[in-house]
Every structure is written in structure tokens, then in C-alpha cells.
Design a protein around this ligand. Structure first.
Ligand SMILES: [Fe+2]
Ligand SMILES: [Fe+2]
Length: 500
């Protein structure tokens, strides 16, 4: 075997290996054209794929035009071509034959195909020699056409493609076809997986109107924040940047962060007020009874004492108004996101009060359970219920730890499981502090809090206006719970706008 041929076969093998390791389809197609051009010393090259009975143009490379810094004319990106024998690429795609043409302007006229000079005319280029080969996959199906243009000799003059190269290029083209099919398969698997993740997360969110659409919006906010960080060129975030794979990793972590809520009782997800609507209704009815009792007591006292000091009608009115105010206070407490110790004292004061119902029985204004729930400082759930809801993070970790992520996505579980951690150590489940909370998890934390506050689909509690929610984020940042740089970016770049 001649030395040169040996060398070419060796090179062919190297190209084959390079092609199989590239799974990003556009990059792979560019690589195929570049490698085969180098192999044949072709000035230009293009690639078409067979797509639903048509030829779709994928890649064009042209050293001469690139050196002239000419913008490749739009004619280079034509509409799909019919898959028939009238064009050169179409002929090769439909017959499976290789064409090695010494000068496309010197065709005999007896061929079934014709050369289309439109590209040359628009770009002031002269196409001469062409080697056009079909790309066959492992099932011998033609999936595309590789077109090499103007082979150059040692003096950079255009020459013909050697016959000996035909077979080598055909072999390269079939390796390329296999690589394309592999990349398509891998992409298809990724798409199926991504759709499954989105579907599962959305379905779990939709168990409660309180959380519907939450994971999708958290992913949107998180991706906006990460991209904004990539755009930062000064300040403390300038040195942070995420690769495409890291963005993909964060996106999956965002979609999956609450997947563990599958294990939380629906009833607890639904409850957004400290008391259920039914319990609140009960209290309202009771307070109507209290007002009747107050009026009754007032009348009785007046009858007994004859002429009490509060006998003016203004006194009764004041007493009734006080009951109304107490009920209104309870309603406010029920919905308040955060309450003070003064509020809690007032709840206890009200709880200690008694009244006599219509049957003459002594009853408390509020039950112990009601007072307890109303006094919960930060939430609407009792300690045990709160623990159950908090447990969703560990469930999330359990679930996504079972997914065999590839190496470049392996941090998804760690990121997702830290979305409720706070920089000062007050978060859960591990109480991690700043140095142990990855920036990806900090991003998720902000996206999560913001959406939880502003979601409009809450059943009983109105959504918090954006400005109020941002104020809350800023407070959390000042309290060293959320990352101040990230909150700053979220607020200043208005990354919260227009997410529905
Ligand atoms: Fe969560
Ligand atoms: Fe969440």
C-alpha cells in the first residue's frame, strides 16, 4: 500500500473517532464538512440532509469567501430543494451515486442534472471541480449529501478531485452519517427525558392551585438569573460564568426541585391560611353569637342594676364594635405572612375571653387549637405539618438520586436539594451556611421565594404585588439569608418581569 494512502486511511480513522465524540448536531455537521474538506484540500464544501422527501441545506464553508470577508449571500441558505435528479445534490441523494465533476460549467448537457450558477453569480465565486457523495447510515439509507468544491493543488490552483479519493470520501461520509444518526438519537433521548421531567413536575405542581406552574416559573427565573450572571462583566459576579451544560444542569435542578412534594399530603399543600376556610367560617359564626351575647348581657345588666353607668346606647355600640374589631384582627392574622409577638399576645388575650351562648353555656372566644394556629409565627402549618412539608426536600433528593444522570449533569440532586438552605444557616434540611451553598442553589432559592410570594393562582390569599415581594427579597438579603449580589441582579435587571 502506498505511503500516502496509508496516511490517508490513518487520518480517516482519526476523523471517524472525532466525529463520534461530537453530539451537538450543528457542531457535528460543521466538523464533517471541515474535516472532509481538509482531507481533500477542497476550497469549499456544503452539506445537505434528507428531510421528509426534500434536501435541506445544513452547512456551507468557503475559504475564498471567508478570506474576502464577504458575507455569504443569502442564496447560500436556500429553501429546501426537491429530492429529484435535476440538481447535482438531488441526483446524488436520489441515485446514491458519487459524482466527480472536473468542471461544472463544462457538463456535456446529456446529464440528468444541471449545475445551478446562482450562488456563483451572487457571490462572484467560480465553482469548478466537485466531488459529491451520498451519506449512508448503517442501514444503507441515504440521510444526506456531502458536497466538496474546488480541490486545490500545492500552488492553490483549482484542480480535479482524484479518483482515488472518491472511495475514501465515501467512507468518511458514511462514518459521518452514522455520527449524525447517533447525535440525533442522543438528542431524541434528551428531549424525551426533558419532556418527562417537565411533565412530572407540572403534574405534581398541579395537585394544588397553590403550586400550579411553580416549577416552570422557578426554572424561568433561575435561567434568567444565570444568563444575567454570564453577562456581568464587572462586580463580584464578573468571574462567575456557566457553560451550556451547567445551564442545562441548573434548568433540570429547577424543574425538579419540588418533585418531592409528591409525598406531601394535598391538604397541606392547599392550606395557605393559618386556618382552613371552614374553620374561619366557624369563628365568624361564633363571633355573631358573641355579639348577641354581649347585647343580652348589656340588657340584663341594665334591668338588674336599674340605671347602670353605661346605660347610654353609645356604650353598647362600643362593646359591639370591639367584637367586630377582634374578628377583623383574627381575619388579618389568619392571612398575615408574618406576625409579631404583640399580635400573638392579642390572640391570647382574645382566647382567654368567654361568652355565654344562647343555651346559657360558657364558651371561649377561641379554642386552644385556633389560637395556636393563629399564633404560628411564619406559616400556616403546625410544627408537625410544617415538618412534613419541609420533608419534600429530602424526598426530592431521594427521587432524583435514582436518576442515572451523566457526569456533566451529576450535580442536579445537590443543587435541587439545597433550594431551601439559607446563607446564615437558618434554612433546611441541613442548615448549610454560605460556604457550602453552591451559587446554583442560591439562584434557585431566590427564584423559589419570589415565585412563592407572587404566584397569582393561590386559592384564598391574593398574590403579593411584585414590589412588595422584591422588598421581601431585599430584606432577606440584608438579613444574610439570600445572596445579596444575586438579589441585587434580580432586582436591578428586572428579571422578574413578564413571567406568567
Ligand atoms: Fe421547595
Ligand atoms: Fe419550590
Amino acid at each position: 500500500m502506498p505511503e500516502r494512502l496509508k496516511e490517508q486511511i490513518k487520518r480517516l480513522n482519526q476523523i471517524g473517532i472525532a466525529l463520534t465524540s461530537e453530539t451537538h448536531l450543528p457542531t457535528l455537521l460543521e466538523l464533517i464538512v471541515r474535516e472532509s474538506r481538509q482531507f481533500t484540500r477542497a476550497d469549499a464544501g456544503s452539506l445537505y440532509s434528507v428531510d421528509r422527501g426534500q434536501l435541506r441545506f445544513e452547512v456551507a464553508q468557503n475559504d475564498t469567501l471567508a478570506a474576502r470577508k464577504d458575507k455569504v449571500s443569502e442564496a447560500f441558505r436556500p429553501f429546501p430543494m426537491p429530492l429529484d435528479k435535476t440538481s447535482i445534490a438531488g441526483y446524488v441523494a436520489s441515485t446514491g451515486k458519487t459524482l466527480n465533476i472536473s468542471d461544472v460549467y463544462e457538463l456535456s448537457g446529456n446529464e440528468e442534472y444541471r449545475f445551478n450558477p446562482a450562488f456563483d453569480e451572487r457571490n462572484r465565486y467560480r465553482t469548478r471541480s466537485m466531488l459529491v457523495v451520498p451519506m449512508r447510515d448503517h442501514e444503507n439509507e441515504i440521510i444526506g449529501v456531502l458536497q466538496l468544491i474546488n480541490s486545490l493543488d500545492d500552488q492553490s490552483s483549482v484542480t480535479v478531485f482524484e479518483t482515488a479519493q472518491e472511495e475514501l470520501v465515501a467512507s468518511l461520509a458514511s462514518q459521518a452519517a452514522t455520527a449524525i444518526q447517533n447525535a440525533r438519537l442522543i438528542n431524541a433521548v434528551h428531549e424525551v427525558f426533558a419532556a418527562l421531567v417537565r411533565y412530572s413536575a407540572s403534574a405534581i405542581d398541579a395537585r394544588s392551585p397553590h403550586t400550579a406552574g411553580h416549577s416552570r416559573r422557578v426554572a424561568t427565573y433561575a435561567m434568567r438569573l444565570a444568563r444575567a450572571i454570564n453577562d456581568e462583566s464587572e462586580g463580584s459576579l464578573a468571574h462567575v460564568s456557566f457553560t451550556d451544560k451547567e445551564l442545562e444542569e441548573l434548568n433540570y435542578a429547577a424543574w425538579l426541585h419540588d418533585i418531592g412534594k409528591i409525598g406531601v399530603r394535598e391538604e397541606l399543600l392547599e392550606r395557605v391560611d393559618r386556618l382552613s376556610p371552614a374553620k374561619m367560617e366557624l369563628i365568624s359564626t361564633r363571633f355573631e353569637a358573641i355579639k348577641l351575647a354581649v347585647a343580652r348581657d348589656f340588657e340584663r345588666q341594665r334591668a338588674e342594676v336599674g340605671n347602670p353607668k353605661g346605660s347610654d346606647s353609645g356604650e353598647l355600640e362600643r362593646k359591639l364594635r370591639k367584637v367586630d374589631e377582634e374578628l377583623q384582627f383574627i381575619r388579618n392574622m389568619n392571612r398575615a405572612k408574618q406576625i409579631s409577638s404583640k399580635d400573638i399576645r392579642r390572640v391570647r388575650e382574645i382566647q382567654r375571653k368567654n361568652f355565654r351562648n344562647a343555651r346559657g353555656e360558657i364558651r371561649a372566644y377561641l379554642s386552644e387549637e385556633e389560637a395556636h394556629n393563629l399564633s404560628l409565627p411564619t406559616g400556616n402549618l403546625t410544627g408537625q405539618e410544617f415538618q412534613e412539608v419541609q420533608g419534600h426536600v429530602l424526598q426530592t433528593l431521594n427521587i432524583i438520586n435514582k436518576i442515572p444522570f451523566t457526569k456533566d449533569l451529576e450535580r442536579i440532586p445537590v443543587i435541587a436539594a439545597a433550594h431551601h438552605e439559607k446563607l446564615d444557616g437558618s434554612g433546611y434540611p441541613l442548615g448549610l451556611t454560605a460556604p457550602d451553598i453552591m451559587i446554583q442553589a442560591r439562584i434557585l432559592g431566590i427564584a423559589d421565594v419570589y415565585d412563592a410570594l407572587t404566584a397569582t393562582d393561590r386559592p384564598y390569599r391574593g398574590a403579593m404585588p411584585a414590589q412588595e415581594a422584591l422588598q421581601h427579597l431585599i430584606q432577606e438579603a440584608e438579613a444574610k439569608k439570600l445572596d445579596p449580589d444575586l438579589v441585587g441582579l434580580f432586582v436591578s435587571k428586572k428579571l422578574y418581569e413578564g413571567v406568567t
